[in-house]
Design a protein around this ligand. Structure first.
Ligand code: SF4
Length: 658
């Protein structure tokens, strides 16, 4: 028996979810073809006016393409040829991953080398494409990122901290050599592959260039992020992806580590400038854009009358990646010509958005944070953003009230962004027209209702849990719970830039695929635990959350396995660790983790196919970026590891123009 949530939603939406879980079905036909991706490599290189290539589907394993040339002689040869190749490329525009892959295949073709070296060749071309911008970045604005696997495995006395491995410079491995020299020069140094702190440091505006050492597996994942963040990077590949006994060409690090070659006019393009703008909304601009009313002073904030506002503002201002406000700002920027993206000049003032756009972006965060406060209460979660949840700190009633207060702030921010006539009759020309504010409000309200529908369906299921819960039911809940916030954020940015008529049919389905993929990824992460938020693995199963993985397991299980599932979920007399271990084993036997990963890939493919059809280069690139970022898996994908095993370095893509 399936839970009765079907009638809540449109039948075509359900049909689409049904198609999504048909794992053998091909993705829908492309409507306009994919001409740019099919163009010959030389066309891509020679034609400056051509739009950015679109993405090719379907993804396949690329491990056979990530071999590092076996001899130093061959590595040096590829490096030298990559330098010559990169010098001929147009450096005025950033490249994307599709172009870079095409270039590496072209280079290998010219050198009569096999495609197994294409990952290595791509890294070399990327390095030389942006080398000048990297070298023009002052040392104190650079970061050196080193992998853990370089450390002396047995004898290393260093401890792990929130910033990664805290090397004690015992001298047993080369990490100390690089760290000492780099810090003398002024670099920030992290031995922290995959640490979210890297992205925070970049977005926080502390670093403008990255020198990174990593294996090709990690660098391949980083390439999407390099495009995303727009920070000049130089990468030195490890000779193998094996985390033990690996080596590198050490001289390649020293070639760039202590070189500084300034350029007269260094411009950066890339999403990092928009990310930083989103960050500043909650930092330097926060008090101006959302002035306090009852908690203006610490004394007032400590009174019963000022406390709610104080806690609410603190919650809104701190914690989280500010990704939803970023989506709004980036969509607005892309739809208005991409001036932030293309013309960001690191040597002058940071790019700023109109206050009205900024306030709407902040409102999305206010609604999102409100939903998190209530969600934490409903699930009785212990931690959020690495600190205790509000209801644990302040009690249930005050926490519910703070959530409500945040919703009020969201409305207030949107209202404050619309055109208003002052007493003197003057208009604020930076404001958005009232009809645009209404449209944004309507979309926010719709998102809010969908979120409550999804959350409600989950809670009502929990009141009367049964494992007879179909994957289709799970996907519908996911689409309702996760996608609307992305949709509202994207829509708001596009709508404030002008008419959204041509994007109306895109925004909803695109965000649905992205949201579903994101939620399934979260389910997989739940089986790994989450050190950053102090969560242990398997919480969804213990809390009896109706997940896609539960439904996939039930669907695939035989009678005996179903009985075991029942015991794992409902037999509270058994220890949690034993129940979880059995469930994990059963999920492995039934291939649930693999099926979930395939569904993530399917969601990704479908979202990218929708993006392929978008005419505007700027908006299309943004949509690709959202897919890459929202569905970024920054941990080892093997859910059998009970603890997170970082394997992905957050080297941002070099996207700069001179
Ligand atoms: S030099 Fe640093 S990282 Fe290497 S073994 Fe010593 S403490 Fe560990």
């Amino acid at each position: 028996m399936s839970i009765a949530i079907t009638s809540l939603h449109e039948s075509d939406e359900r049909q689409e979810h049904s198609h999504a879980i048909d794992q053998d079905a091909p993705p829908p036909e492309r409507r306009n073809g994919d001409a740019a991706a099919r163009r010959r490599v030389s066309d891509i290189q020679d034609d400056d006016d051509e739009p950015m290539p679109k993405r090719k589907k379907i993804r396949s394993s690329t491990s056979h393409l990530k071999i590092v040339p076996e001899t130093l002689e061959l590595r040096e040869l590829v490096k030298a040829k990559a330098q010559q190749f990169a010098e001929k490329l147009d450096h005025s525009k950033p490249f994307n991953k599709t172009q870079l892959t095409a270039w590496s295949m072209q280079l290998l073709g010219e050198m009569s080398l096999p495609e197994k070296y294409s990952g290595f060749a791509a890294v070399m071309i990327g390095n030389f494409f942006w080398r000048r911008q990297f070298l023009a970045t002052p040392f104190e604005r650079r970061m050196l990122l080193l992998p853990h696997c370089l450390k002396h495995a047995e004898g290393c006395p260093a401890e792990y901290t929130e910033f990664g491995l805290d090397c004690e410079r015992c001298g047993a491995c080369t990490i100390a050599d690089y760290k000492v020299r780099a810090e003398q020069l002024g670099y920030k140094v992290l031995v922290a592959e995959g640490s979210p702190i890297v992205l925070k440091i970049i977005v926080g505006g502390y670093v403008d260039a990255i020198l990174g050492v990593a294996c090709l597996n990690v660098l391949e994942k980083a390439i999407d992020k390099v495009l995303i963040a727009g920070v000049p990077s130089y990468a030195v590949p490890l000779h193998s992806g094996d985390c033990h006994n690996t080596s590198l060409d050490e001289s390649w690090i020293w070639e760039v580590l202590d070189k500084y070659e300034p350029m007269p006019d260094q411009r950066l393009t890339g999403y990092v400038s928009v990310m930083r703008a989103a960050n500043r909304l909650f930092d330097e601009h926060f008090d101006r854009l959302l002035p306090r009313v009852r908690s203006k002073t610490p004394e007032a904030a400590a009174t019963p009358l000022g406390k709610t506002e104080d806690i609410s503002y603190d919650w809104l201002r701190n914690g989280g990646k500010r990704f939803r406000p970023f989506i709004t700002l980036a969509a607005y920027d892309a739809a208005t010509g991409g001036s932030c993206l293309k013309n960001f000049d690191s040597s002058t003032q940071p790019f700023e958005f109109p206050d009205s756009v900024a306030r709407v972006a902040m409102s999305i965060e206010a609604f999102h944070k409100a939903s998190l406060v209530h969600d934490d209460i409903e699930d009785d979660d212990l931690f959020r953003y690495g600190r205790e949840t509000l209801h644990r700190t302040h009690g249930l009633g005050p926490a519910i009230n703070v959530g409500d207060h945040l919703i009020g702030l969201g409305y207030k921010l949107i209202a404050a962004s619309r055109t208003q006539t002052s007493e003197s009759g003057a208009h604020d020309h930076n404001a958005i027209p009232a009809d645009v504010a209404c449209d944004v409000l309507e979309r926010m309200a719709a998102a809010h209702i969908k979120l409550c529908d999804g959350q409600g369906a989950e809670m009502f299921w929990q009141q009367n849990p049964t494992l007879d819960f179909t994957p289709l039911d799970a996907l519908q809940i996911y689409a309702l719970k996760t996608s609307p916030a992305f949709e509202a954020a994207l829509y708001a940015g596009l709508r404030m830039a002008g008419s959204v008529e041509k994007y109306e049919s895109l925004v909803g389905p695109f965000c649905r695929h992205v949201g579903i993929g994101f939620q399934i990824l979260n389910d997989l992460k739940d089986w790994r635990g989450d050190h950053d938020n102090k969560m242990v693995a398997g919480q969804d199963a213990l809390a009896l959350r109706p997940t896609l993985m539960m439904s996939l397991a039930w669907q695939a299980a035989n009678a005996e396995q179903r009985q075991l599932m029942q015991r794992c979920y409902f037999d509270r007399e058994e220890e949690d660790t034993i129940r979880l271990a059995r469930l994990r084993r059963l999920y492995e036997e039934l291939g649930v983790f693999e099926k979930a990963e395939r569904l993530i890939e399917k969601s990704r493919d479908r979202a990218e196919l929708l993006a392929d059809d978008v005419e505007s280069d700027d908006i299309r690139q943004l949509l690709y970026f959202l897919v890459d970022t929202i569905m970024a898996d920054e941990q080892d994908k093997d859910p059998r590891d009970s603890m997170p095993k970082p394997t992905s370095i957050l080297i941002p893509l070099p996207v700069t123009t001179a």
